[in-house]
Unconditional design. Structure first.
Length: 339
């Protein structure tokens, strides 16, 4: 089970790595910064595939019944997911890569807290120790970035960038907890179909407001089109595959597993962007994997709902009712007296 969890988590990391590398290549080689447009393509693919599947369903699982019962909940979920993606990418314009990598981990304790209260997950001491080890691995990776000179410039306004990362990480946590609840209690297709529907609407409106000028400036050629296509396919695979992994494990476990995505992006960057290599990157990868395996070695438990206490005294009405029940249950006995 642990081996299966590790493999599934690293597959998600590779999908995230694909989105990061294509986005960075678009930004550095072609000066294309369109995070909302890229998200809009992904949500449109989800709409085309999974919302269409819901549209052909009948009964209580049909698209109309889902919208009729839970439409307002999915609006909030779509909004949280869209804005989480946008805020994290936007933060790179204001703060450093190092700050984003460190502060993005804020989503893990938020996710554990939400799982505790909403999903009634109960953690053991080993789980908190495993999370601390994973965060130590992230700190090692950031230290390697600083030594290798990858911390980038300070940005135009570091405080704004850091706040955007914290907000984005919190929204990701809300989205992931909602995803775990829906996948384990309803269905994977319902989650993806509703996120695709409302994500397309929300990202389309935001795209028309904030990014229409950037799209007009793109000098289209086959290389740019190919990069957009690879990004969209990686993002679509990530969204399609993550509910499967969450159903097998949990949202917290998945988020710990994908901490290695930055390291995979670095390994690609060694060849594409000529990053400097440091042995600390390998060390950080090992530390994160040790923490991840430690977390998966002991399953979390789910708290049982507390039962309502039974009244000690039945009260006069209940006592009278009980006597009547006893009278009705007592068999009739006929006694005859003879001289």
């Amino acid at each position: 089970h642990i081996l299966k969890t590790i493999i599934l988590g690293q597959m998600l990391s590779l999908f995230i790595c694909g989105t990061a590398v294509t986005s960075q290549y678009l930004a550095e080689q072609y000066q294309v910064n369109t995070p909302m447009f890229q998200s809009f393509i992904n949500y449109s693919l989800l709409l085309l595939v999974y919302t269409t599947m819901l549209a052909f369903r009948t009964g209580i699982d049909s698209l109309w019944q889902i919208l009729k019962q839970r439409w307002w909940k999915y609006i909030f979920l779509g909004l949280a997911d869209v804005e989480a993606n946008y805020m994290i990418v936007k933060a790179y314009q204001y703060t450093t890569l190092t700050s984003v990598q460190l502060l993005d981990c804020f989503g893990i304790p938020v996710l554990m807290a939400l799982s505790w209260f909403i999903l009634r997950a109960r953690y053991r001491l080993i789980h908190f120790l495993a999370v601390a080890i994973c965060l130590l691995g992230v700190g090692t990776m950031v230290g390697a970035d600083i030594l290798a000179g990858r911390q980038d410039s300070e940005g135009s306004d570091v405080v704004i960038g850091d706040v955007l990362v914290l907000l984005g990480a919190s929204l990701y946590a809300i989205s992931n907890v909602s995803e775990e609840y829906i996948v384990k209690n309803l269905s994977r297709v319902e989650f993806l179909g509703m996120v695709g529907l409302f994500g397309t609407i929300i990202s389309g409106l935001q795209l028309a407001i904030v990014e229409h000028r950037e799209i007009m400036r793109i000098q289209w050629n086959w290389k740019i089109a190919l990069l957009f296509t690879v990004f969209a396919l990686c993002m679509f695979a990530l969204y399609s595959f993550m509910p499967v992994v969450i159903k097998v494990t949990s949202a917290t476990s998945v988020n710990l597993g994908i901490l290695t995505a930055d390291l995979y992006s670095l390994f690609f960057g060694l060849f594409l962007f000529f990053y400097k290599f440091s042995g600390l990157y390998i060390l950080s990868f090992v530390i994160i994997m040790v923490g991840f395996i430690l977390y998966c070695s002991t399953p979390t438990r789910t708290a049982e709902p507390t039962a309502l206490p039974q009244p000690r005294s039945t009260g006069l009405d209940n006592a009278a009712l009980k006597l009547e029940e006893n009278d009705s249950e007592t068999p009739a006995i006929t006694v005859q007296f003879t001289k």
